[in-house]
Design a protein around this ligand. Structure first.
Ligand SMILES: C[S@@+](CC[C@H](N)C(=O)[O-])C[C@H]1O[C@@H](n2cnc3c(N)ncnc32)[C@H](O)[C@@H]1O
Length: 308
């Protein structure tokens, strides 16, 4: 799901040249597009979108150093980093792994809100909510407890697919998401008693101790590099016996990496260690893919942690 952000240079001529360069890029003339973008940035040296596109093209041409230089210009010109230039630098190994820029995420999901479900469910065979549902039921059955929850929080609720899957099992659903457009879509479903536009950690911090019986995060940890703050806050907000169920993408190596698709992948051992250091008990950890890419299942995990 690439973002397409345009921040005008404020110079009509430079903006037009940028459009021509994009046309050339779409037609496959990457060298011609790069030349034109260089002229464009000569005209408007702080034209962030042109620098970002130049970085993109340089990367596609295999010109790593030039790509890094262009992405650095794009990032410096827009510290909010709506294009996600810092992520591109991370993927190129030019910056250490860090959190995703919040404005980038917000822009990405605001842009996707209206076609999110068709893009994810129909095109990518998305089944994160279904995986969570089955995992939570399995954990409750193993504990011989009913799978019914008075108060649940849906982290990164998006358009409300996880609340739809759990609708019959939850009394009171709270949705938290940093994209206002996603929250608008979630509101229409009627599944949520409360909705908040917030980062998931900030949103959890606003909740009292022991105030939730279930916390869900379907396809959200793939945008979170450091699991520790989310796990720690979830533990505080959960009542005793409460569950935190989440999906994530994974990889065969160690720790966390940023994948080709600009989503984080957490190794299984890393998930296990993070859950345990947060003082939660890992009740279930299974290899399960929540989506496909180019018709190939993306390696993933489903995890359920219990506050004991
Ligand atoms: C791939 S969507 C999944 C939506 C929903 N959970 C589902 O299963 O359909 C990821 C959602 O997480 C939200 N998100 C990502 N990182 C977030 C963060 N740090 N804080 C709040 N929301 C976040 C995005 O805005 C987006 O709506």
């Amino acid at each position: 799901m690439p973002t397409r952000v345009f921040l005008t240079s404020g110079d009509l001529m430079a903006d037009r040249r940028y459009d021509f360069a994009r046309d050339l890029q779409m037609k496959g003339d990457l060298v011609g597009a790069a030349d034109l973008l260089l002229q464009t940035t000569d005209l408007a040296p702080n034209f962030v979108t042109a620098w970002f596109s130049l970085g993109d093209i340089r990367e596609a041409l295999g010109e790593r150093d030039a790509a890094i230089a262009a992405f650095r210009k794009a990032w410096a010109g827009d510290p909010d980093d709506r294009h996600g230039a810092s992520l591109r630098l991370m993927r190129l190994g030019a910056e250490p792994l860090a959190a995703m820029p919040q404005f980038y995420l917000q822009t990405l999901f605001d842009q996707y809100a209206r076609r999110f479900e068709s893009a994810l469910v129909d095109d990518l065979g998305y089944r994160g909510p279904e995986l969570l549902f089955r995992a939570v039921l399995a954990v409750r059955a193993a504990a011989r407890k009913p799978a019914f929850f008075k108060r649940a929080i849906d982290l990164g609720c998006g358009t409300g697919l996880a609340a739809a899957a759990f609708a019959r099992k939850v009394d009171h659903f709270i949705g938290i998401d940093l994209s206002p457009r996603m929250i608008e879509q979630a509101r229409v479903t009627g599944f949520y008693a409360e909705l908040a536009v917030a980062d998931i950690v900030q949103g959890l911090r606003a909740r009292p101790d022991g105030s939730a019986d279930l916390i869900l995060a379907a396809d959200v940890m793939i945008y979170v590099a450091d699991l520790a703050p989310v796990l720690a806050e979830s533990r505080r907000v959960l009542a005793d016996g409460g569950l935190f169920a989440f999906t994530t993408e994974t990889h065969a190596g160690e720790g966390v990496i940023l994948g080709e698709g600009l989503r984080y992948a957490h190794a299984a051992a890393h998930v296990r260690a993070s859950v345990e250091s947060a003082g939660l008990t890992l009740s279930l950890l299974e290899d399960r893919s929540a989506r496909a890419e180019d018709n190939v299942p993306v390696p993933g995990l489903v995890a359920v942690a219990t506050k004991t």
